[in-house]
Structures are given as C-alpha cells and as structure tokens.
Design a protein around this ligand. Structure first.
Ligand SMILES: [Zn+2]
Ligand SMILES: [Zn+2]
Length: 152
C-alpha cells in the first residue's frame, strides 16, 4: 500500500489551489496518521522551516473541509488528523497514553451502526470511539503488578 501519492493532484481534484504549505501539510498528515497539530507543524517545518502555526492551522482547516483529511478529537484529547478518509472507520484510544489506532467499521459501510431511534435525522455517519488500554500500557501494567523475580 505504498503507491506514491500525488499531493498537488489531490489538491486540484478537491478544487483547492496548490500551495507549498498545503502540499506539505497533506504530506505530513499522510506520513503521520492520527498526529496532533504540534506533530504536524514539526513535520511540515522539516520541509518549510518558516511556515507559521497559523498557516498550518489554516491548511488543516481547508483540507478537512475539502474532505482530503479527517479530524478526530477523542474526549479529553487534542485534535488529531488522518489521511484515511471516506470509509467511516472508527478509533480505539488508550486511556493511559492516548495512543490511537484504527478500527474498521463494525458492519461495513456508513453509517455502519443503525440508530435505534434516529429522531427523524438523516444519518450519514456513525463515529465510535473504543476506549481501553494499548498493548504497551497493558504490558507495563502487567510488569508493575508482577511479583519480583527471585534472583537466582
Ligand atoms: Zn497506552
Ligand atoms: Zn483513523
């Protein structure tokens, strides 16, 4: 799944003007799934050292509105961005360290969950967050709980 991505072409097909910061931000989100804004700014500055925070925020907003990237914001977490759009996938979030991973749709296509009562709304999407403990944190907790190994 490492087909080279033509970011300028993606911008054009979303009717966005191709600018250096937009190409760099789109590339940074592709390279850093579920990254927060600071991480994206850091990645963009590798290519464009003088880009401002505001320019990156503006690009993230424009790319999100155009549907090229998706913004997720688990409760109590910073906003994060990802390039995997359009498949209505869900996220699992670690309560300890905030790690985020993708979870495929429960059923297959949006909205993958049927509301028991839609209140008359036309429902397009279900956003589900699974909360739990990531493998690294689970291992750390296990190690903490384990009795000290006898020294041989
Ligand atoms: Zn964790
Ligand atoms: Zn995701």
């Amino acid at each position: 799944m490492s087909t080279p991505t033509d970011f300028p072409q993606m911008l054009r097909s979303a009717a966005l003007r191709v600018t250096g910061p937009r190409v760099a931000v789109l590339g940074a989100v592709h390279a850093n799934p579920h990254a927060d804004t600071d991480t994206i700014i850091g990645a963009v500055r590798v290519a464009l050292p003088t880009v401002s925070h505001q320019a990156v925020y503006d690009c993230l907003g424009a790319l999100t509105t155009a549907g090229l990237i998706r913004r997720i914001q688990p409760a109590g977490s910073l906003a994060r961005y990802e390039a995997r759009v359009g498949d209505n996938h869900h996220h699992v979030v670690c309560r300890s360290c905030g790690a985020v991973a993708d979870v495929d749709c429960a059923v297959g296509h949006a909205p993958c969950l049927t509301a028991s009562d839609d209140g008359g709304f036309l429902i397009e999407e279900a956003e589900v967050i699974y909360w739990g403990t990531c493998p690294a944190c689970a291992r750390a907790a296990e190690a903490d709980a384990a009795p000290l190994a006898p020294t041989a």
